[in-house]
Design a protein around this ligand. Structure first.
Ligand code: GUN
Length: 283
């Protein structure tokens, strides 16, 4: 079997086009959606992600602003800025790029963002709403993955889903979304004793561990759906996912590539959440 490839660029493009009319309606009513992205420090990967987020906003007509701080900034300065943005009516979404430098209390920063402007969906209130099956903001990467299932015609009801990775950004919310959608979910991670046992019986595998090509074709059940959330840079500068694409595509029925798979969907769902936040404000 050779898997069908799910093109994240095409789906992202399709969704972004559908956003333009919503942005136009909001803008005409004086509620142009606005996103502020805060970046602390000079992590090269974070710099690229933040630049891509701001550029994507501009392309669909959102107001966007990037605020950068030196890596040694006093965390209180960032907390004060968040308080100011929470009160600013032209700002509908606030995103603090993670990871933050070690001297920051990451949780305190995320909790300082107003839950109504938490377009990342990382605030405890929003995590709780998602856990209760009543989400307000869905974290962008797992949200993008759900859109890919929809596009690929994947019915999740009753399926065995294995998520590899238990991060707050991807693994845990992915597990909640799959559970809410009716899948039977197993979350595997670095302490899992027998990863092969789990992946080889899964109808759906979502890899989000940050280890290049660790999920190989012999770990996958024939016909499984394989979603690759990983973005790893190899010593030669090339990007690769957590999934060994070449061997898995021979076994899976549906697979996402890297680059051009989940990556473009993450930013797209950030735009979706920001527009949604503005629509709620305008209602
Ligand atoms: N760092 C890696 N992924 C993300 C994300 O989705 N949001 C934020 N804020 N930081 C990240």
């Amino acid at each position: 079997m050779t898997a069908q490839i799910l093109d994240g660029n095409a789906l992202a493009q399709e969704l972004r086009e559908s956003f333009q009319s919503r942005v136009a309606v909001l803008t005409a009513k004086g509620h142009r959606p606005g996103l502020v992205v805060i970046l602390v420090g000079e992590d090269p990967a974070s710099q690229v992600y933040v630049r891509n987020k701001v550029n994507a906003c501009e392309k669909v007509g959102l107001y966007s602003e990037k605020i950068t701080y030196d890596k040694d900034v006093n965390p209180q300065v960032v907390l004060d800025k968040i308080a100011e943005l929470n009160a600013d009516p032209k700002v509908h979404g606030i995103l603090v790029q993670l990871p933050l430098p070690k001297h920051f209390d990451e949780e305190a920063v995320l909790e300082a963002i107003s839950a109504e402007k938490d377009v990342d969906g990382f605030h405890a209130e929003n995590v709780g709403a998602l856990a209760q099956g009543n989400p307000r903001f869905i974290p962008c990467t797992p949200y993008g993955v759900m859109k890919m299932f929809e596009k690929g015609g994947v019915d999740l009801t009753g399926k065995e889903a294995v998520v590899v990775g238990r991060s707050n950004i991807v693994g845990k919310p992915m597990g909640l979304l799959l559970t809410n959608a009716g899948a039977t979910v197993t979350i595997c991670h670095s302490k899992t004793k027998d990863l092969l046992f789990h992946t080889s019986r899964a109808d759906i595998v979502v890899a989000a561990v940050g280890r290049p090509r660790m999920i190989t074709g012999d770990m996958i059940k024939p016909g499984a759906v394989v979603i690759d959330v990983g973005i790893n840079r190899l010593p030669d500068g090339k990007l690769c996912g957590d999934v060994d694409f070449d061997s898995c595509k021979e076994v899976a029925s549906l697979i996402t590539p890297v680059p051009g798979g989940v990556g473009p969907m993450t930013i797209t769902m950030l735009l979706a959440n920001t527009i949604e936040a503005a629509e709620r404000k305008a209602a």
